[in-house]
Design a protein around this ligand. Structure first.
Ligand code: ADP
Ligand code: MG
Length: 273
């Protein structure tokens, strides 16, 4: 691979692979350290358009960090991450990468929807207010237009009747469904889920999984970090197992989850199943 040189000292060295992208999300040889600790080690992972990839692995293995590199909430020390052939935080000029200004990063980030474990809704906004905030701010959609689209999205997650409720008036499962509607509001190319059901009471998990199931069926490109192994087996086209910042194995759910090759995968599955 080409190793481009950099004008700007603060831009980390990385390989030049964006042009040969086949995946919608293309993670190539990504490494990342915090202090002296390497939390991602030469991670390569591709999500094809329309594919559902489940990322599993023990706590602290680097799953959230990896997700956060995709929308440039984290920078990488080496390697590259592109979405639809484009870096979120950088622009290529010749064989060099230049850091983009914040407003361009925000615009590019709209291609990626992300749903967190703890919903992260704006507490002072209603359900519909949460869903329309970004379209109004970033797309300059009119309030009427944004509200109509927002209601359609809330309907899609089964919450049309809760549009004017505040997060504190909603259950955890309902809040997470609002968060999914919000993540869909800018029509992202890919949706990232970071343990979307881990903070939920068990009886509320199903309603959130149902919504994600529907997205998978509709052909939405999904990257899902989850401990719901049965769900991963059902909806994922591919499963990747991450441990200590390394992808130890990946493949179809039937292989990785039912017949894992790596002893570490077997060990992990024996603990969570
Ligand atoms: P996972 O999501 O698989 O539980 P994380 O990506 O959250 O793992 O964390 C991977 C490792 O990186 C952990 O050891 C964690 O403590 C560490 N880590 C995560 N974020 C930071 C940070 N901002 N600063 C320092 N260490 C971090
Ligand atoms: Mg995590």
């Amino acid at each position: 691979s080409l190793a481009p040189s950099f004008d700007e000292q603060h831009v980390p060295a990385r390989t030049a692979r964006a042009e040969s992208t086949v995946g919608l999300v293309e993670i190539a040889d990504v490494s990342k350290s915090y202090g002296g600790t390497r939390v991602l080690r030469d991670v390569s992972l591709t999500v094809a358009p329309g594919e559902v990839l489940a990322l599993i692995g023990p706590s602290g293995s680097g799953k959230s960090t990896l997700l956060r590199t995709i929308n440039h909430l984290e920078t990488v020390d080496s390697g590259s991450v592109t979405v639809d052939g484009q870096y979120i935080g950088y622009e290529r000029r010749g064989d060099r990468l230049h850091e983009l200004p914040e407003k361009d990063v925000l615009e590019r980030r709209t291609q990626i929807g992300i749903v967190f474990q703890n919903f992260n809704l704006f507490p002072h906004l209603t359900a519909i207010g949460n869903v329309v905030a970004a379209p109004i701010a970033l797309r300059r959609a009119s309030k009427t237009e944004a509200r109509a689209q927002g209601l359609a999205l809330l309907d899609r997650v089964g919450l049309a009747d809760k549009a004017d409720h505040y997060p504190r008036q909603l259950s955890g499962g309902q809040q997470q469904r609002v968060a999914i509607a919000r993540a869909l509001a800018l029509a992202p190319k890919v949706l990232l889920f970071d343990e979307p059901t881990s903070a939920l009471d068990p009886e509320l998990v199903g309603e959130v999984l149902d919504v994600i199931r529907g997205l998978a069926r509709d052909g939405t490109t999904l990257l899902i970090v989850t401990h719901e192994i049965g769900f991963a087996r059902e909806v994922a086209d591919r499963v990747a197992f991450l441990e200590h910042g390394e992808i130890l194995e990946e493949g179809p759910p039937a292989q990785v989850l039912l017949n894992p090759r790596h002893p570490r995968t077997q060990d992990f599955l024996s603990k969570v199943l």
